[in-house]
Ligand binder design. Structure first.
Ligand code: ADP
Ligand code: ZN
Ligand code: ZN
Length: 758
């Protein structure tokens, strides 16, 4: 993203209450979704003078030669520009604002906190159709169902109305008991007047949603008898609904967190309120949606980027208008307006997917907490491996920890084995004892899960004769071999080419794959266990829509013996038949320039391990490593995640790293390496002059991968123990960036509370 102009914090400070006198209200300050920090002034034309204007309303305004949709932020009596130069608003789109005052304030807060242009922040809160200026009417599809009378009514009695007779007969014959408009149109065209007649005869009714029909016709699943820890958590939270508090619900996978959520949700729904549930991953939503539908008889709206724009639009409006009662979604669903919110839940709160990594770099967890605070409602953060920040917030008494120490039901904790592979013979990365363990597990008809966080066949193609290595010419990275597709691919810029047969440097046919990827492990496992069924779960095998869901279903139906995959396996999926989990290579995570790496690795190991032994069978977790004595591994495996976290927090405290300090990361890039470096050098200079005590500037340095997609990346890290000192510098630095000539030639961004120092 390119910022062309700098922050003027004054423009972002809005006081919605302080409207000037009506006769003076002439200027509308509008936020447009473009990457500039300022608002734009427009004249409110005579024609609109009588209209009620509300902050947050969408407007159509001229912008250059085109028309744009913007958001009304402020009504003012004067402008710093000459009034004659200002253009009038073209049209009002909304009759009243779609956002509550609290939500409008939240967006303004987020814009200030993340130093991100307000128009783009507002845009994030709206579905695409509304951003484009579409009207906000909810076109709810209609559904119909036969009444008890209609179900048994003899159609021949309608012989004087042949169309009604036929339609009733056809509907009675259908297996489904809810009829959408589409179904009706297939049976009869046009169907409307005939349906109206059947409704008038009380043979048919219109229902609001299929869920409403299910709720009339089916009995929902009853809550389980909570164990004592679950009961404690439920009581604690339910006794304090209607007030802000962050709860950290900590419990391993299978400890019954979801059951706790559901029992609390029930209480909130009974009070007529809405619930927002955020998950880190699209692929986790179907499972939870299914469980919610079995439990709750209310309309559930779903919103994530895997749905169509229309579906997301409809989910947004359902919640905004109050017909939706539960919203289940990913990061982007956070800003959905709610008419009567009562509870927020953020599951897998440690997951880095909650932080947006480009554009508006917000943390959905942190903003959700701010939103809950503004609404004065509770928020539950759930995780088996809470983030170090959240643990520290518990230590400081800001969050309340609720612990589910055991697995619900009869499941048993898995046991860990650290497998020293130094000097051991490996078959494509698999040691002898590991292969034996796999064999034994498969012989018992149990599932094996193998984790390797690298897709493709091998990360390097090297010439055995001359040492040439295939590398991307746009990035400082090697090409990854994708054997199935017979291609070399760069995982950083997507560049790819056919797999060469001979070395382009010495022309010998001695090219060898170096290192391990999931494709390679798949091949060896297929050779070693030809009669076993293997699925590979990585970004390459799950590209098509629904593929991951299909695989997960096959795994749960035990049609699969070996599950091999990347990162994806660490995300809360349930694999009840897995009894052996193997992590082929944990060493790469032990050494990283990013101080977050140990935390990530510990979470990953614990999460992947958590897939084992969920049902009645005990699980075993094997970690292959060349660093068997590594203190982090030892602590994690012998004493558990909580002890690891304690150790890691102590180290962070000593090093004054977050959460014991606060950071902002400036990134800049250009095709010419000198430009971003000069830009950041000058920014660093200004910052140093502004800074009081407790403020450090690190860099500029090249990004850990300096060249990506043909651009050179540099970064500059600011850190302060007290957030106000960091903000003090940023508030003043950003408006001054425009004085640096290089700003026009670089792409730059600012990342507040970065979780990835890349
Ligand atoms: P988590 O969300 O922590 O992974 P779940 O709530 O999904 O845990 O529970 C894991 C399994 O244990 C589920 O099959 C659930 O039905 C079951 N379970 C949860 N709570 C109880 C309980 N109190 N009694 C019996 N079974 C339970
Ligand atoms: Zn060669
Ligand atoms: Zn590349």
């Amino acid at each position: 993203m390119r910022h062309n102009s700098s922050v003027n914090p004054a423009l972002l400070t809005i006081h919605p209450q302080s409207y000037p006198q009506p006769e003076l209200m002439k200027i509308a300050r509008v936020a447009l979704a473009i990457p500039v920090y300022r608002l734009f002034d427009y004249v409110i034309p005579e024609a609109l003078a009588e209209q009620r204007l509300e902050i947050g309303m969408r407007l159509q305004v001229p912008f250059g030669p085109r028309q744009k949709i913007g958001f009304l932020i402020e009504i003012a009596s004067s402008s710093e520009w000459a009034i004659e130069k200002l253009k009038p608003i073209t049209a009002l789109i909304d009759e009243s604002t779609l956002l509550s005052e609290l939500d409008t304030e939240l967006l303004q807060w987020a814009s200030r906190y993340y130093y991100h242009p307000l128009g783009e922040v507002f845009n994030t809160a709206f579905p695409i159709a509304l951003r484009k200026g579409k009207a906000s009417a909810l076109t709810i599809p209609k559904y119909f169902a036969l009444t008890p009378e209609g179900l048994t009514f003899d159609p021949t009695l309608l012989k004087r109305a042949p169309k009604q007779q036929q339609l009733l007969k056809d509907l009675q014959a259908l297996a489904t008991k809810v009829y959408s408009e589409t179904i009706l149109a297939e049976i009869l065209k046009p169907w409307q007047s005939t349906v109206t007649s059947l409704i008038q005869k009380s043979l048919l009714v219109e229902i609001e949603s299929p869920a409403e029909f299910e709720s009339i016709s089916s009995t929902s699943q009853k809550p389980l008898d909570a164990n004592s820890e679950q009961q404690h958590a439920i009581e604690q939270i339910c006794a304090n609904l209607h007030k802000f508090q962050v709860y950290l619900l900590e419990g391993v996978t299978g400890s019954g967190k979801t059951e706790v959520y559901m029992q609390i949700i029930q209480t909130v729904l009974d009070a007529g309120q809405q619930v927002l549930v955020l998950l880190p991953e699209i692929s986790l939503t179907p499972q939870l949606e299914a469980r919610f539908k079995q439990r709750f008889q209310v309309p559930i709206a779903i919103s994530h980027s895997g749905l169509t724009d229309t579906q997301r639009h409809s989910a947004w409006l359902q919640m905004q208008q109050g017909s939706g009662r539960i919203l289940l979604g990913t990061r982007s669903a956070l800003f959905t307006p709610l008419t009567n919110p009562g509870l927020f839940i953020l599951d897998e709160e440690h997951d880095s997917s909650f932080k947006q990594q480009e554009g508006f770099r917000f943390s959905a967890r942190d903003v959700a907490i701010m939103r809950a605070k503004a609404l004065n409602i509770p928020i539950i953060l759930g995780s088996a491996t809470p983030s170090l920040e959240s643990i520290e917030n518990v230590n400081q008494g800001r969050y309340q920890r609720l612990h589910l120490p055991q697995r619900a039901g009869a499941a048993i904790e898995p046991s860990y084995i650290i497998m020293d592979i130094r000097n051991k013979k490996l078959q494509e990365g698999l040691s002898e004892p590991l292969l034996q363990a796999i064999k034994d597990t498969l012989a018992r008809q149990e599932q094996v899960l193998i984790f390797l966080n690298r897709r493709g066949f091998a990360p390097t193609l090297i010439c055995h004769y001359c040492g040439w290595i295939a590398s991307c010419w746009q990035c400082d990275a090697n090409f990854v071999i994708h054997y199935d597709e017979q291609r070399l691919t760069c995982h950083h810029c997507g560049l790819n080419q056919a797999l060469p047969k001979e070395c382009p440097s010495c022309h010998k046919r001695e090219l060898k794959p170096l290192g391990l990827g999931t494709e390679r492990v798949e091949k060896v496992l297929n050779t070693l266990f030809p009669d076993k069924r293997l699925v590979r779960l990585d970004r390459d095998t799950t590209k098509t829509k629904g593929a991951l869901e299909d695989y997960l279903q096959q795994i749960n139906d035990h049609e699969v013996d070996i599950i091999l995959g990347t990162q994806m396996l660490a995300k809360g999926h349930h694999f009840p038949n897995v009894t052996l989990v193997a992590l082929l290579d944990v060493d790469s995570g032990l050494f990283s320039v990013d101080f977050h790496a140990p935390e990530r690795l510990a979470q990953l190991i614990t999460q992947v391990a958590g897939r084992a032994g969920r049902a009645q069978k005990p699980g075993k977790v094997i970690l292959q490593t060349r660093q068997p004595e590594h203190p982090m591994l030892q602590t994690l495996i012998r004493q558990g995640y909580a002890s690891f976290a304690k150790l890691a927090l102590a180290e962070r405290k000593l090093a004054k790293l977050p959460p014991f300090s606060h950071q902002a990361l400036f990134r800049a890039s250009a095709t010419d390496a000198k430009l971003p470096l000069d830009f950041l050098l000058k920014a660093a200079e200004i910052a140093k002059q502004l800074a009081a005590q407790d403020f450090t500037v690190q860099g500029p340095v090249t990004a850990p991968m300096a060249r990506r997609a043909g651009r050179y990346h540099y970064q500059l890290l600011f850190q302060a123990e007290h957030r106000r000192n960091l903000r003090y510098v940023l508030d003043q630095l950003l408006p001054q960036l425009d004085t640096i000539p290089e700003i026009k030639k670089v792409r730059w961004s600012i990342d507040i509370d970065p979780i990835d120092l890349y």
